[in-house]
Design a protein around this ligand. Structure first.
Ligand code: AMP
Ligand code: MG
Length: 423
Protein backbone atom coordinates (compact mmCIF):
# COMPACT_ATOMS: atom_id res chain seq x y z
CA UNK A 1 0.00 0.00 0.00
CA UNK A 2 2.62 2.52 1.09
CA UNK A 3 4.60 3.07 -2.05
CA UNK A 4 5.83 6.26 -3.64
CA UNK A 5 2.81 6.85 -5.94
CA UNK A 6 0.31 7.33 -3.18
CA UNK A 7 2.50 9.02 -0.60
CA UNK A 8 3.62 12.14 -2.39
CA UNK A 9 3.80 14.24 0.76
CA UNK A 10 6.89 15.09 2.76
CA UNK A 11 5.89 13.11 5.84
CA UNK A 12 4.83 10.10 3.73
CA UNK A 13 1.17 10.23 4.53
CA UNK A 14 -1.29 8.75 2.10
CA UNK A 15 -3.00 11.40 -0.03
CA UNK A 16 -6.78 11.59 0.05
CA UNK A 17 -7.12 10.56 -3.60
CA UNK A 18 -4.83 7.58 -3.13
CA UNK A 19 -6.71 6.56 0.00
CA UNK A 20 -10.14 6.85 -1.62
CA UNK A 21 -8.98 5.00 -4.73
CA UNK A 22 -7.42 2.21 -2.67
CA UNK A 23 -10.45 1.89 -0.40
CA UNK A 24 -12.90 1.92 -3.32
CA UNK A 25 -10.85 -0.82 -4.89
CA UNK A 26 -11.09 -3.10 -1.85
CA UNK A 27 -14.82 -2.80 -1.18
CA UNK A 28 -17.66 -4.66 -2.84
CA UNK A 29 -21.12 -3.12 -3.11
CA UNK A 30 -23.92 -4.94 -1.31
CA UNK A 31 -26.33 -6.50 -3.77
CA UNK A 32 -29.37 -7.80 -1.88
CA UNK A 33 -32.47 -6.12 -3.25
CA UNK A 34 -36.00 -5.47 -2.11
CA UNK A 35 -39.14 -4.12 -3.68
CA UNK A 36 -40.58 -0.98 -2.09
CA UNK A 37 -43.72 1.07 -2.70
CA UNK A 38 -42.99 4.31 -4.52
CA UNK A 39 -43.45 6.56 -1.49
CA UNK A 40 -40.71 4.57 0.27
CA UNK A 41 -38.34 4.77 -2.70
CA UNK A 42 -37.00 8.33 -2.26
CA UNK A 43 -33.25 8.31 -1.70
CA UNK A 44 -32.99 4.55 -2.25
CA UNK A 45 -30.56 3.06 -4.76
CA UNK A 46 -32.14 1.55 -7.84
CA UNK A 47 -31.27 -2.16 -8.11
CA UNK A 48 -31.90 -2.61 -11.85
CA UNK A 49 -32.41 -0.46 -14.92
CA UNK A 50 -36.01 0.62 -15.42
CA UNK A 51 -37.41 0.51 -18.95
CA UNK A 52 -40.56 2.30 -20.08
CA UNK A 53 -43.49 -0.01 -20.58
CA UNK A 54 -45.86 2.66 -21.91
CA UNK A 55 -45.72 5.53 -24.33
CA UNK A 56 -46.11 8.82 -22.53
CA UNK A 57 -48.37 10.47 -23.31
CA UNK A 58 -50.36 7.36 -24.22
CA UNK A 59 -52.23 9.19 -27.00
CA UNK A 60 -52.13 12.56 -28.81
CA UNK A 61 -53.51 15.14 -26.42
CA UNK A 62 -54.02 18.84 -26.10
CA UNK A 63 -51.34 21.13 -24.64
CA UNK A 64 -53.87 23.96 -24.19
CA UNK A 65 -57.41 24.77 -23.28
CA UNK A 66 -59.06 25.69 -26.58
CA UNK A 67 -60.70 24.19 -29.64
CA UNK A 68 -59.71 21.24 -31.80
CA UNK A 69 -60.13 22.24 -35.44
CA UNK A 70 -59.35 21.14 -38.98
CA UNK A 71 -56.67 23.51 -40.22
CA UNK A 72 -58.04 23.31 -43.75
CA UNK A 73 -61.40 24.69 -42.54
CA UNK A 74 -59.87 28.05 -41.61
CA UNK A 75 -60.01 30.93 -44.05
CA UNK A 76 -57.02 33.22 -44.39
CA UNK A 77 -59.15 36.07 -45.85
CA UNK A 78 -62.24 36.38 -43.67
CA UNK A 79 -63.13 35.32 -40.13
CA UNK A 80 -64.12 31.66 -39.93
CA UNK A 81 -67.18 30.77 -37.91
CA UNK A 82 -67.24 27.17 -36.69
CA UNK A 83 -70.11 25.60 -34.76
CA UNK A 84 -69.02 23.83 -31.57
CA UNK A 85 -69.75 20.16 -32.11
CA UNK A 86 -69.01 18.91 -28.61
CA UNK A 87 -66.25 18.65 -26.08
CA UNK A 88 -63.19 16.60 -25.12
CA UNK A 89 -62.24 16.90 -21.47
CA UNK A 90 -59.22 15.41 -19.69
CA UNK A 91 -60.41 11.94 -18.72
CA UNK A 92 -63.57 12.22 -20.86
CA UNK A 93 -62.74 11.72 -24.53
CA UNK A 94 -64.95 12.92 -27.38
CA UNK A 95 -66.60 9.95 -29.01
CA UNK A 96 -66.72 9.63 -32.77
CA UNK A 97 -65.42 11.82 -35.55
CA UNK A 98 -65.62 15.60 -35.25
CA UNK A 99 -67.58 16.71 -38.35
CA UNK A 100 -65.73 18.82 -40.92
CA UNK A 101 -66.47 22.52 -40.57
CA UNK A 102 -66.93 22.32 -36.81
CA UNK A 103 -64.74 22.67 -33.69
CA UNK A 104 -64.65 20.61 -30.48
CA UNK A 105 -63.98 22.32 -27.19
CA UNK A 106 -60.90 20.72 -25.62
CA UNK A 107 -59.07 21.01 -22.29
CA UNK A 108 -55.39 20.53 -21.50
CA UNK A 109 -54.54 16.83 -21.39
CA UNK A 110 -57.70 15.70 -23.20
CA UNK A 111 -57.30 13.21 -26.06
CA UNK A 112 -57.43 14.83 -29.49
CA UNK A 113 -60.66 13.58 -31.04
CA UNK A 114 -60.65 11.85 -34.41
CA UNK A 115 -60.55 14.37 -37.25
CA UNK A 116 -59.03 17.68 -36.09
CA UNK A 117 -55.35 18.36 -36.70
CA UNK A 118 -54.65 21.46 -34.58
CA UNK A 119 -55.74 23.07 -31.35
CA UNK A 120 -56.38 26.76 -31.25
CA UNK A 121 -56.04 28.49 -27.90
CA UNK A 122 -59.24 29.61 -26.29
CA UNK A 123 -57.81 33.14 -25.90
CA UNK A 124 -57.41 33.40 -29.70
CA UNK A 125 -61.09 32.77 -30.49
CA UNK A 126 -64.22 34.85 -30.12
CA UNK A 127 -66.67 32.57 -28.37
CA UNK A 128 -70.42 32.94 -28.69
CA UNK A 129 -71.84 33.56 -25.18
CA UNK A 130 -74.11 30.52 -25.66
CA UNK A 131 -71.08 28.44 -26.68
CA UNK A 132 -72.74 27.55 -29.99
CA UNK A 133 -69.87 28.73 -32.23
CA UNK A 134 -66.43 30.37 -32.35
CA UNK A 135 -64.98 32.97 -34.73
CA UNK A 136 -61.30 32.79 -35.74
CA UNK A 137 -59.66 35.86 -37.27
CA UNK A 138 -57.66 35.31 -40.50
CA UNK A 139 -54.38 36.61 -39.00
CA UNK A 140 -54.72 34.03 -36.19
CA UNK A 141 -55.57 31.28 -38.69
CA UNK A 142 -52.50 32.24 -40.73
CA UNK A 143 -50.21 31.54 -37.77
CA UNK A 144 -51.72 28.17 -36.85
CA UNK A 145 -49.69 25.16 -37.95
CA UNK A 146 -50.55 21.52 -38.47
CA UNK A 147 -50.32 19.73 -35.11
CA UNK A 148 -50.19 23.00 -33.19
CA UNK A 149 -50.74 22.62 -29.44
CA UNK A 150 -50.95 18.85 -29.82
CA UNK A 151 -48.66 16.69 -27.68
CA UNK A 152 -47.89 13.60 -29.71
CA UNK A 153 -48.23 10.11 -28.32
CA UNK A 154 -44.81 8.95 -27.01
CA UNK A 155 -43.32 12.43 -27.35
CA UNK A 156 -42.06 12.33 -23.74
CA UNK A 157 -41.30 8.63 -23.33
CA UNK A 158 -41.41 5.76 -25.81
CA UNK A 159 -42.22 2.27 -24.57
CA UNK A 160 -39.06 0.17 -24.40
CA UNK A 161 -36.59 2.99 -23.80
CA UNK A 162 -34.36 2.88 -20.73
CA UNK A 163 -35.60 5.47 -18.27
CA UNK A 164 -33.59 5.02 -15.08
CA UNK A 165 -30.22 3.40 -14.57
CA UNK A 166 -29.21 0.93 -11.91
CA UNK A 167 -27.30 2.66 -9.12
CA UNK A 168 -29.32 5.87 -9.31
CA UNK A 169 -30.23 7.35 -5.93
CA UNK A 170 -33.86 8.01 -6.53
CA UNK A 171 -34.94 11.63 -6.46
CA UNK A 172 -38.59 12.71 -6.35
CA UNK A 173 -38.67 13.23 -10.11
CA UNK A 174 -37.32 9.71 -10.75
CA UNK A 175 -39.98 8.17 -8.55
CA UNK A 176 -42.56 10.30 -10.38
CA UNK A 177 -41.30 8.94 -13.71
CA UNK A 178 -41.91 5.39 -12.48
CA UNK A 179 -45.34 6.42 -11.22
CA UNK A 180 -46.11 7.86 -14.68
CA UNK A 181 -45.35 4.41 -16.06
CA UNK A 182 -47.90 2.83 -13.77
CA UNK A 183 -45.32 1.11 -11.58
CA UNK A 184 -46.46 0.77 -7.97
CA UNK A 185 -43.15 -0.53 -6.61
CA UNK A 186 -39.46 -0.21 -7.40
CA UNK A 187 -36.59 -2.67 -6.96
CA UNK A 188 -33.96 -1.09 -4.73
CA UNK A 189 -30.83 -2.26 -2.96
CA UNK A 190 -31.40 -2.98 0.69
CA UNK A 191 -30.28 -0.27 3.06
CA UNK A 192 -26.67 -0.24 4.12
CA UNK A 193 -26.45 -1.18 7.80
CA UNK A 194 -24.15 1.20 9.59
CA UNK A 195 -23.32 1.21 13.31
CA UNK A 196 -22.08 4.45 14.85
CA UNK A 197 -20.13 4.91 18.07
CA UNK A 198 -18.43 7.81 19.77
CA UNK A 199 -15.53 7.16 22.09
CA UNK A 200 -14.20 9.21 24.95
CA UNK A 201 -14.35 9.31 28.75
CA UNK A 202 -15.02 13.04 28.62
CA UNK A 203 -18.23 12.64 26.61
CA UNK A 204 -21.70 12.97 28.08
CA UNK A 205 -25.11 12.80 26.48
CA UNK A 206 -26.95 16.07 25.97
CA UNK A 207 -29.53 16.46 28.70
CA UNK A 208 -27.29 14.97 31.38
CA UNK A 209 -25.54 17.10 34.01
CA UNK A 210 -21.96 17.90 33.01
CA UNK A 211 -19.20 16.97 35.50
CA UNK A 212 -15.97 19.02 35.61
CA UNK A 213 -13.71 18.30 32.65
CA UNK A 214 -16.52 16.74 30.65
CA UNK A 215 -18.07 17.89 27.38
CA UNK A 216 -21.27 17.08 25.62
CA UNK A 217 -21.02 14.56 22.82
CA UNK A 218 -21.83 15.96 19.40
CA UNK A 219 -20.21 13.70 16.80
CA UNK A 220 -23.00 11.13 16.65
CA UNK A 221 -25.39 13.98 15.95
CA UNK A 222 -23.36 14.92 12.91
CA UNK A 223 -22.73 11.38 11.71
CA UNK A 224 -26.19 9.94 12.18
CA UNK A 225 -27.72 12.91 10.38
CA UNK A 226 -25.30 12.50 7.48
CA UNK A 227 -25.93 8.75 7.32
CA UNK A 228 -29.67 9.19 7.34
CA UNK A 229 -29.40 11.58 4.42
CA UNK A 230 -27.55 8.86 2.55
CA UNK A 231 -30.41 6.47 3.27
CA UNK A 232 -28.46 4.16 5.60
CA UNK A 233 -30.08 2.06 8.32
CA UNK A 234 -28.24 3.37 11.35
CA UNK A 235 -27.64 1.62 14.67
CA UNK A 236 -26.59 4.00 17.40
CA UNK A 237 -24.03 2.36 19.68
CA UNK A 238 -23.88 5.44 21.88
CA UNK A 239 -20.80 6.60 23.73
CA UNK A 240 -18.07 4.03 24.47
CA UNK A 241 -15.71 4.67 27.35
CA UNK A 242 -11.95 4.72 26.68
CA UNK A 243 -11.64 1.20 27.97
CA UNK A 244 -10.54 -1.76 25.90
CA UNK A 245 -12.97 -3.99 27.82
CA UNK A 246 -15.83 -1.76 26.60
CA UNK A 247 -14.66 -0.98 23.08
CA UNK A 248 -13.60 -4.48 22.03
CA UNK A 249 -16.89 -6.35 22.61
CA UNK A 250 -18.92 -3.41 21.27
CA UNK A 251 -16.97 -3.34 17.99
CA UNK A 252 -16.93 -7.13 17.69
CA UNK A 253 -20.69 -7.42 18.08
CA UNK A 254 -21.48 -4.50 15.81
CA UNK A 255 -19.12 -5.79 13.11
CA UNK A 256 -20.93 -9.13 13.05
CA UNK A 257 -24.28 -7.57 12.16
CA UNK A 258 -23.43 -4.47 10.12
CA UNK A 259 -21.92 -3.60 6.76
CA UNK A 260 -20.05 -0.63 8.16
CA UNK A 261 -18.82 0.47 11.53
CA UNK A 262 -18.20 4.18 11.92
CA UNK A 263 -16.44 5.41 15.03
CA UNK A 264 -15.21 8.80 16.12
CA UNK A 265 -12.31 9.50 18.44
CA UNK A 266 -9.63 7.22 19.77
CA UNK A 267 -7.61 6.86 16.57
CA UNK A 268 -4.88 9.36 17.30
CA UNK A 269 -1.63 8.77 19.19
CA UNK A 270 -2.74 9.46 22.77
CA UNK A 271 -2.70 6.83 25.52
CA UNK A 272 -6.52 6.70 25.51
CA UNK A 273 -6.66 6.16 21.74
CA UNK A 274 -7.67 2.52 21.80
CA UNK A 275 -9.95 2.19 18.81
CA UNK A 276 -7.20 1.66 16.30
CA UNK A 277 -5.62 -1.11 18.37
CA UNK A 278 -8.95 -2.84 18.84
CA UNK A 279 -9.65 -2.77 15.09
CA UNK A 280 -6.21 -4.26 14.48
CA UNK A 281 -6.85 -6.93 17.07
CA UNK A 282 -10.29 -7.93 15.79
CA UNK A 283 -9.53 -7.55 12.10
CA UNK A 284 -6.96 -5.56 10.24
CA UNK A 285 -6.11 -1.99 9.38
CA UNK A 286 -5.77 -1.22 5.69
CA UNK A 287 -4.32 2.21 6.31
CA UNK A 288 -4.10 4.91 8.94
CA UNK A 289 -3.39 8.62 8.66
CA UNK A 290 -3.99 10.70 5.58
CA UNK A 291 -2.32 13.82 4.24
CA UNK A 292 -5.36 15.94 5.06
CA UNK A 293 -6.29 18.74 7.43
CA UNK A 294 -8.42 18.37 9.40
CA UNK A 295 -8.85 14.62 9.79
CA UNK A 296 -5.33 13.25 9.60
CA UNK A 297 -5.80 10.20 11.90
CA UNK A 298 -8.52 8.60 9.68
CA UNK A 299 -8.31 4.82 9.95
CA UNK A 300 -9.63 2.37 7.40
CA UNK A 301 -9.91 -1.30 8.18
CA UNK A 302 -12.10 -4.33 8.31
CA UNK A 303 -13.43 -6.69 10.95
CA UNK A 304 -14.76 -9.83 9.29
CA UNK A 305 -17.12 -8.68 6.54
CA UNK A 306 -17.61 -5.29 8.10
CA UNK A 307 -15.81 -2.24 6.79
CA UNK A 308 -14.52 -0.11 9.64
CA UNK A 309 -13.98 3.61 9.35
CA UNK A 310 -12.35 5.18 12.37
CA UNK A 311 -12.79 8.92 12.15
CA UNK A 312 -10.93 11.35 14.39
CA UNK A 313 -12.63 12.87 17.43
CA UNK A 314 -12.57 16.57 16.72
CA UNK A 315 -16.01 17.69 15.61
CA UNK A 316 -14.81 19.45 12.46
CA UNK A 317 -12.51 16.57 11.54
CA UNK A 318 -15.46 14.20 11.87
CA UNK A 319 -17.66 16.02 9.42
CA UNK A 320 -14.90 16.81 6.93
CA UNK A 321 -13.47 13.30 6.95
CA UNK A 322 -16.95 11.86 6.59
CA UNK A 323 -17.69 14.01 3.55
CA UNK A 324 -14.34 13.59 1.86
CA UNK A 325 -13.39 10.05 2.77
CA UNK A 326 -16.33 8.07 4.16
CA UNK A 327 -19.03 9.33 1.82
CA UNK A 328 -17.64 7.98 -1.47
CA UNK A 329 -17.01 4.62 0.16
CA UNK A 330 -20.51 4.43 1.60
CA UNK A 331 -21.97 5.34 -1.78
CA UNK A 332 -20.06 2.55 -3.46
CA UNK A 333 -21.04 0.07 -0.74
CA UNK A 334 -24.72 0.96 -1.15
CA UNK A 335 -24.50 0.31 -4.88
CA UNK A 336 -24.52 3.95 -5.98
CA UNK A 337 -22.03 5.97 -8.00
CA UNK A 338 -19.38 7.51 -5.65
CA UNK A 339 -19.64 10.97 -7.16
CA UNK A 340 -16.97 13.64 -6.93
CA UNK A 341 -17.98 16.70 -4.88
CA UNK A 342 -19.19 19.71 -6.85
CA UNK A 343 -16.33 22.24 -7.12
CA UNK A 344 -16.93 25.88 -7.99
CA UNK A 345 -14.26 28.51 -8.57
CA UNK A 346 -14.55 31.58 -6.39
CA UNK A 347 -12.34 34.55 -5.51
CA UNK A 348 -10.87 34.39 -2.01
CA UNK A 349 -12.00 37.21 0.24
CA UNK A 350 -9.27 36.26 2.72
CA UNK A 351 -5.58 35.59 3.11
CA UNK A 352 -4.33 32.25 4.42
CA UNK A 353 -0.83 30.96 5.08
CA UNK A 354 -0.04 27.30 5.42
CA UNK A 355 2.51 24.54 4.98
CA UNK A 356 2.31 22.47 1.83
CA UNK A 357 1.85 18.69 1.89
CA UNK A 358 -1.70 18.12 3.07
CA UNK A 359 -5.02 18.75 1.41
CA UNK A 360 -6.90 21.22 3.58
CA UNK A 361 -10.49 22.33 3.92
CA UNK A 362 -11.56 25.65 5.40
CA UNK A 363 -15.10 26.38 6.51
CA UNK A 364 -16.44 28.77 3.95
CA UNK A 365 -19.37 30.84 2.82
CA UNK A 366 -20.07 31.85 -0.74
CA UNK A 367 -21.34 35.28 -1.72
CA UNK A 368 -22.59 36.00 -5.19
CA UNK A 369 -21.36 39.57 -5.68
CA UNK A 370 -23.04 40.99 -8.83
CA UNK A 371 -19.93 42.81 -10.12
CA UNK A 372 -17.20 40.52 -8.83
CA UNK A 373 -18.71 37.09 -9.46
CA UNK A 374 -18.56 34.42 -6.75
CA UNK A 375 -16.54 35.45 -3.70
CA UNK A 376 -15.77 33.21 -0.76
CA UNK A 377 -15.16 34.01 2.92
CA UNK A 378 -13.71 31.72 5.55
CA UNK A 379 -14.48 31.41 9.24
CA UNK A 380 -12.12 33.49 11.39
CA UNK A 381 -10.77 30.55 13.41
CA UNK A 382 -9.46 27.41 11.82
CA UNK A 383 -9.58 25.10 14.85
CA UNK A 384 -10.77 21.57 14.13
CA UNK A 385 -12.72 21.72 17.40
CA UNK A 386 -14.81 24.73 16.36
CA UNK A 387 -18.16 23.16 15.67
CA UNK A 388 -19.70 26.61 15.29
CA UNK A 389 -17.62 27.11 12.13
CA UNK A 390 -19.48 24.27 10.41
CA UNK A 391 -22.84 25.64 11.34
CA UNK A 392 -21.78 29.06 10.04
CA UNK A 393 -20.47 27.63 6.74
CA UNK A 394 -22.37 26.69 3.61
CA UNK A 395 -19.42 24.83 2.12
CA UNK A 396 -15.69 24.26 2.24
CA UNK A 397 -12.73 25.84 0.50
CA UNK A 398 -10.40 23.11 -0.66
CA UNK A 399 -6.67 23.80 -0.80
CA UNK A 400 -4.68 21.22 -2.75
CA UNK A 401 -1.61 19.54 -1.26
CA UNK A 402 0.84 21.85 -3.05
CA UNK A 403 -0.89 25.12 -2.18
CA UNK A 404 1.42 27.30 -0.07
CA UNK A 405 -1.14 29.94 0.79
CA UNK A 406 -3.95 32.10 -0.50
CA UNK A 407 -3.91 35.84 -1.15
CA UNK A 408 -7.07 37.92 -1.42
CA UNK A 409 -8.47 37.66 -4.95
CA UNK A 410 -6.89 34.27 -5.68
CA UNK A 411 -9.18 31.75 -7.34
CA UNK A 412 -9.94 28.88 -4.95
CA UNK A 413 -12.11 25.78 -5.12
CA UNK A 414 -15.32 26.07 -3.14
CA UNK A 415 -17.29 22.90 -2.43
CA UNK A 416 -20.90 23.66 -1.51
CA UNK A 417 -22.33 21.42 1.19
CA UNK A 418 -25.32 20.90 -1.10
CA UNK A 419 -22.98 19.18 -3.61
CA UNK A 420 -21.92 16.83 -0.83
CA UNK A 421 -25.42 15.80 0.10
CA UNK A 422 -25.76 18.22 3.01
CA UNK A 423 -28.39 20.95 2.67
P1 AMP B 1 -9.68 12.05 20.19
O1 AMP B 1 -9.52 11.85 18.72
O2 AMP B 1 -10.47 10.99 20.85
O3 AMP B 1 -8.36 12.31 20.84
O4 AMP B 1 -10.53 13.39 20.33
C1 AMP B 1 -10.03 14.61 19.85
C2 AMP B 1 -10.83 15.78 20.40
O5 AMP B 1 -12.18 15.67 19.98
C3 AMP B 1 -10.88 15.83 21.90
O6 AMP B 1 -10.82 17.19 22.30
C4 AMP B 1 -12.22 15.24 22.24
O7 AMP B 1 -12.73 15.71 23.47
C5 AMP B 1 -13.05 15.69 21.09
N1 AMP B 1 -14.14 14.75 20.84
C6 AMP B 1 -13.95 13.42 20.64
N2 AMP B 1 -15.14 12.82 20.44
C7 AMP B 1 -16.07 13.78 20.52
C8 AMP B 1 -17.48 13.78 20.39
N3 AMP B 1 -18.13 12.65 20.14
N4 AMP B 1 -18.14 14.94 20.53
C9 AMP B 1 -17.46 16.08 20.77
N5 AMP B 1 -16.14 16.15 20.88
C10 AMP B 1 -15.44 15.03 20.76
MG1 MG C 1 -10.73 10.44 22.79
Amino acid sequence: MRHADCCDTADHLLTLSAAVTAALHTIQPICETESVPLFDAYGRVLAADVAARLDAPPGDNSAMDGFAVYLADLSLEIPTRLPIAGQALAGHPYTGLVPRGTAARITTGALIPDGPDAVIMQEQCRIDPDEAWIDIEPHIAARLKLGENIRQRGEDVQAGTRLLLKGLRLRPQDVALAAGQGMATMAVIRRLRVAVASTGDELHEPGEPLPPGAIYESNRYTLIGLLQRLGCAVTDLGILRDDRAVILPALREAAATHDVLLTSGGVSVGTADLVKDVIAELGHIEFWQLAVKPGKPVTFGRIGNCQVLGLPGNPVSVMVSFLMFARPLLLKLMGAEPMEPVRLQAAANFAFRRKTGRREWLRARLQLAPERGPVVDIYPTNSSGALSSLSWADGLVELPEDCAGVAPGDAVDYLPFSGLGVD
